[in-house]
Structures are given as structure tokens and as C-alpha cells.
Ligand binder design. Structure first.
Ligand code: FMN
Length: 273
């Protein structure tokens, strides 16, 4: 029986919100049941799900540095399919998705998925509370419904086994290098080693930051200690109930300010059907 699978990595929830909306709409139109594969946390990436031939998979990741987050590439390589239909979806923080969507499409096609529709949506930037604040918003969700209806129509008209693929999307192939933030003199701003700090007065030691870290990098028994890498996804900072997590690295703050000042226009979702 055909199943709608939503599958996503979503540290601050914007990718999950759009993927869920698209999946809900296709499920409502088709009457097919839904399942979820959330690979945000390390436990969700231990083993890939078994994807059946007749599934429709709505597959979402955020855009990091204009590409699919590189920390996910190893896991993504293990997610195999045998001709299952897939809809690649990326969420980006109002700057640009560059080659993120085409990279995700290529990964899925290379793993045996048939990509027949794709989209890029906008989500509040992981580094900021004002850049694309509150997005995806009601208007984005309305567009997600229209996209889902178009994708479902295409699936119905073509039939599961005759879907034209891969879907044609915007982006460069071969892929361009990862986007590098630069200062006004054109010098790269390196924030790779930056980690969020904890305000000891505000922190109530609830352990939420450790629980939501997609890299499992915060020691739950002492949340001031990092045991692994920080990808600057914003989960610990935005999900802290007392606002105790913060970044104060000058390079990080400089980059955030540049983004907030430089990308004030409202970027619109792009749909490929
Ligand atoms: C390390 C990193 C790099 C990012 N690079 C970009 C980028 O190149 N372009 C952009 O518009 N947004 C960028 N973003 C913002 C995210 O794509 C955006 O906030 C997305 O909605 C986050 O998805 P999530 O809520 O599912 O975690 C980046 C975020 C992070 C953490």
C-alpha cells in the first residue's frame, strides 16, 4: 500500500513545519497513511529506514553554506530506495539556497529515488531572531498547499512508475563550493570552531540543550562541556526555556549582523513541478 513518508533534519523546526504541511496535504488528497522519519537527533541516524518501492517521500533538509549540511552526507548516503517517488525540499534563511536543492536532488536520485517535484522555502535564519523571523508563515504554508496539490496531480497523471525524473531544479551542477562568509575586506570569517556559551544565572540545568543538540555534542551531566562539534544550528539557543544559551564570538556576531542588514527583502518560495 502506498505510504506518504515525511523525512527530515530540522534543528529549529522550520524544515519540519514545511515538510509536514506538504505531507499532510498530499495525505489528505490521496487518503494514504503517513509515517515520519525524523533524523535530526543522532538516534534518528543510527540506521536508515527501509523505503518501499511505492512510497512518496517528502525529504527535507535546511541549507547550510549554500549546500546540503555536510555533517549529514554520510547518513544520507545510506538512505537507499528502489524507485520510490521523492520530493526534495530545502529551507533556507532568506539569503540563498545556492546549490542546496540540486545537491539534495542528486543525492536522492543517486540513492534510487525518483524525484518528480521539488521546492525551496524560507525559514527563520538559524543565527538570528529577526532574519526571516517567524517564517515559514501563513503565506508560506498556503504556497506549500498549492505545491502539494501540484505534486499530487503530477503523481496521479503520470502514475507512480512513469514519473519523469529527475525534476529540473535551480542550481549548478557540478556544485559550487560551500558559501564562505567574508568581512568587508573580503577576508573569510571562520566560525567553524565557535560554540554557544551558557549564562550561569539564567541556566536552570534542565538539560534541554543537551537533549536537542543534533550532534549530541553537549554533555548532559555538565551542559557547560562540549564533547563534539557545534554546527551553529541554533537548536540549543532557540529551544532553551530560559534564554541561557548565547553566542558572543565577534566573527559570528559580525556575520549575523551582515546577514540581517544585507538580506532584508522577502525571499519567496520556489516551486519545481
Ligand atoms: C551553519 C549554517 C549555515 C547556513 N547557511 C545558510 C545559507 O547559506 N543560506 C541561507 O539562506 N540560510 C542559511 N542558513 C539558515 C538555515 O538554512 C535556515 O535558518 C533554515 O530555515 C534552518 O532550518 P531548521 O529550522 O529546519 O533547522 C544556515 C544555517 C546554519 C546553521
Amino acid at each position: 500500500m502506498t505510504v506518504i513518508r515525511k523525512m527530515f533534519f530540522s534543528a529549529t523546526g522550520t524544515t519540519e513545519k514545511i515538510v509536514t504541511r506538504i505531507a499532510d496535504r498530499i495525505a489528505a488528497l490521496s487518503g494514504f497513511p503517513q509515517i515520519t522519519s525524523d533524523f535530526t537527533l543522532p538516534a534518528g541516524r543510527v540506521a536508515p529506514p527501509e523505503i518501499a518501492h511505492d512510497e512518496i517521500v517528502i525529504f527535507g533538509v535546511p541549507v547550510y553554506a549554500g549546500r546540503v549540511p555536510n555533517v549529514l552526507l554520510k547518513y544520507l548516503a545510506t538512505v537507499k530506495a528502489d524507485g520510490a517517488a521523492a520530493i526534495p525540499v530545502v529551507l533556507y534563511g532568506n539569503r540563498n539556497y545556492d546549490d542546496g536543492l540540486i545537491e539534495l536532488r542528486n543525492i536522492l536520485e543517486g540513492n534510487g529515488f525518483f524525484t518528480f517535484a521539488a521546492a525551496a522555502f524560507i525559514g527563520e535564519h538559524s543565527f538570528s531572531r529577526i532574519l526571516a523571523a517567524g517564517r515559514p508563515d501563513e503565506e508560506d504554508l498556503r504556497i506549500a498547499d498549492i505545491f502539494a496539490e501540484g505534486a499530487w496531480r503530477k503523481y496521479m497523471i503520470c502514475g507512480a512508475d512513469d514519473l519523469p525524473h529527475p525534476i529540473d531544479v535551480k542550481g549548478c551542477d557540478p556544485l559550487r563550493p560551500y558559501y564562505t562568509p567574508r568581512d568587508r575586506a573580503g577576508v573569510p570569517v571562520n566560525i567553524l570552531k565557535v560554540k554557544p556559551k551558557v549564562d550561569p544565572v539564567k541556566c536552570v540545568r534542565c538539560g534541554r540543550c543537551a537533549a536537542v543538540c543534533p550532534m549530541g555534542s553537549i554533555d548532559p551531566s555538565d551542559i557547560t562541556q562540549f564533547t563534539g562539534i557545534c554546527i551553529k544550528c541554533g537548536a540549543c539557543e532557540k529551544k532553551c526555556p530560559t534564554g541561557a544559551r548565547y553566542f558572543d564570538d565577534p566573527g559570528y556576531i559580525y556575520h549575523r549582523t551582515e546577514l540581517e542588514l544585507g538580506y532584508t527583502r522577502r525571499a519567496e518560495p520556489e516551486l519545481f513541478l
